[in-house]
Design a binder for this molecule. Structure first.
Ligand SMILES: [Zn+2]
Length: 97
């Protein structure tokens, strides 16, 4: 089986001064919540599709698919938690933007 984990970006809690902020700080204001929301949306969408899949070679192992919030790409897929490369390669996750 495959568990889905989400890794979110820390959201700044303090208010930033828009006049003094850098453009990257202002971008973060938009991109971080968007990336975090994207990760949640993908997790919700993928969970029912992946939950019944299992590795032929390691049917008792649980693999972990991580959805990582990313400022640039919104959502990145991390398959390092899979039991083996063969199974990881057999799972195709397409991130639509
Ligand atoms: Zn395997």
């Amino acid at each position: 089986m495959i568990n889905i984990q989400t890794v979110k970006l820390p959201q700044s809690t303090g208010k930033i001064d828009l006049l003094k902020s850098t453009s990257s700080q202002r971008e973060d204001l938009i991109r971080i919540p968007a990336a975090n929301a994207g990760v949640d949306a993908f997790a919700k969408d993928l969970t029912p599709k992946l939950k019944n899949l299992k590795c032929e070679d390691h049917p008792t192992k649980t693999s972990v698919l991580k959805l990582v919030a990313d400022k640039k790409d919104l959502v990145k897929v991390d398959k390092t938690g899979f039991c083996c490369k063969k199974f990881a390669d057999s799972i195709k996750v397409t991130i639509k933007k």
